[in-house]
Design a protein around this ligand. Sequence first.
Ligand SMILES: [Zn+2]
Ligand SMILES: [Zn+2]
Length: 390
Amino acid sequence: MTAPIAKLSFWGVRGSTPTVDPATWRYGGNTPCLELSAPDGTQFILDCGTGLRMLGSRWGMPNGGGNPETHIFVTHYHWDHIQGIPFFAPLYAENNEFHFYSFRSKFLGRDSLKQVFEAQMALPYFPVDMSAMNAKRKFKEVEGGDTFNIRENKITAKWLNHPQGCLGFRIETPAGTVVYATDNEPGDPKLDENLRELAAGADIFINDAQFTPDQLKTTRKGWGHSSWKEGVKLAREVGAKTLVLFHHDPDSTDRMVDSILRQAREEFDSVFAASEGMVITLGATGDNVQAHMPGARTSLRREAQFRANVTGVTEDGKEFQEETVVRDISLQGALISLQNMPQLQSELQVTMETPGEDGLQSSMRLKGYVVRIDAGAEKGQIAVGVVFTD
Ligand SMILES: [Zn+2]
Ligand SMILES: [Zn+2]
């Protein structure tokens, strides 16, 4: 019997508003949207930020998702969690059926999410009205404290601390437990306890990490968000195995998120910064949790032959230095084969020998950031995809 496997995909990881400036390209600029494929084939979508459009455009492709039974959880009604809805193409096809789950907002009353749909698509805010949306839609109200099952998966919802309310969700699948707790500010004892209960022993704990610990204490206090430090503290306290820092601030450049991730890793073993296109597999043999990053970000490569010296840190935290040949390079990154296994989302120094003027050797020193690790072409080798930072 094969072990049950669940797949968690990150389609949008940015908080508050989408970003398109190049300095935020590596982690990505779409607002929150996650997809969880459970071992029994149930497809969950968590939040409907702008990342939802990308998920929708893959819908029709082979292995691109698209499931007759899709369950969509909306944590709350702030723009960044709903603005992908009108742009989600599968909602316009009558063969599709969606089950939406969200809470009754005291500002909207009954059928809150239904009203959100109608308001978003009211003229003149959107070119077509609701009548164009042909997919079957079922709406279910949930609130903090609710637990229910969807096929073989158990769902728990709890209130978090955020202006106008927000729900955190815990999804227990036979392959592992995923907790999605975004848009939450620590400091309210009762709601802090909710988060502890939600995250207890989770395999993947996705937590709001919008601000730095310093901002959270001072200029951003009361804004309804959290920091990497709070996530680490809680993950440690409740025995969550892997922490994913989520809802990056629109003003946080990739370098700033790198620095947040570096600090978190100094205090907790298994941490990732949520990155658009990242896929985490739960329950795969050998390792409970495996992360993969998108190939697209190292695309448009050209074959090359550069001798290179690479230094970095292995998965087990040991420094290494290795001579290799870079055979594949682009303006943004390269594919490097190594014997050492660096940590995903860690930095590598890559020094490449290049033929200089008059045939004299010169070298080019680049900082690379590990976005992808695959099996290499040769035995004992792994293929490491890096994006050059500066
Ligand atoms: Zn948000
Ligand atoms: Zn919010």
